[in-house]
Design a protein around this ligand. Structure first.
Ligand SMILES: [Zn+2]
Length: 226
């Protein structure tokens, strides 16, 4: 393993990854054979640790994100009924794709898989990921305006109204039930991602004038990228 490669896989785009032997509390616990400048975060986050280990093992794939106005983004996703290793691997690849983009949420619809799966992580440390299968939302409370962007609508940011809080029921990758209440940024992000599963985009909440302007801009952008 060389330093340059390790830096290139760093979660934090860190330019000073430190290769080091294994001292510390992780000794003998299957930790990667190096330390990291963000080691304190890493130590406290089994999520980051597990993800970096999968990168070291070469078990990550970045998925291709569809861009608006691709009609496949309008597909309504169907429920997941098989909770197997393939689902777990897909969810991990969605997280990898989201972090690499970089983004704070991704729905399976955006990578052309029309199943009810979303991943979200609004933390600065990329250590508080939620993987939600078959999510059902009950929004409540006040409505707030917040600026939103979307990995499928690149470089466009517009103000959208959402509920400030939301009760979430879902399943994890093993099919176990999850229930929690989200507020603020997390609530907004989960509502945004669940919209994708219905074939809805945040631009749908804008005026038709704005929406048309955005579609035109993105069509032109995709032409120049080809
Ligand atoms: Zn989106």
């Amino acid at each position: 393993m060389d330093r340059q490669w390790l830096e290139s896989v760093c979660e934090f785009s860190c330019t000073a990854a430190i290769l080091a032997p294994l001292p510390g509390p992780w000794a003998g616990q299957g930790q990667p054979p190096w330390a990291h400048p963000h080691v304190d975060t890493w130590k406290t986050s089994t999520q980051i640790k597990a993800r970096l280990q999968r990168r070291l093992d070469g078990n990550m794939t970045r998925l291709k994100i569809l861009h608006h106005p691709d009609p496949r983004l309008r597909t309504k996703a169907t429920p997941v009924d098989t909770f197997d290793s393939q689902l777990a691997e897909f969810a991990e690849n969605m997280l990898e794709t989201m972090y690499a983009a970089p983004g704070i949420g991704l729905a399976a619809t955006q990578v052309n898989v029309h199943k009810r799966v979303i991943v979200v992580d609004v933390s600065d440390t990329k250590s508080e990921a939620y993987t939600l299968i078959n999510p059902v939302l009950e929004p409540f409370g006040a409505k707030i305006q917040g600026e939103e962007g979307c990995l499928s609508v690149p470089e466009i940011y517009e103000s959208v109204e959402r509920f400030e809080q939301v009760n979430v029921t879902a399943q994890d990758v093993n099919g176990e039930p999850i229930e929690f209440t989200a507020s603020g940024m997390l609530a907004i992000c989960i509502q945004h991602e669940c919209d994708h599963l219905e074939g809805r985009l945040f631009v749908d909440y804008l005026s038709s004038l704005k929406r048309n302007r955005i579609s035109k801009k993105l069509r032109e952008r995709s032409k120049t990228l080809v």
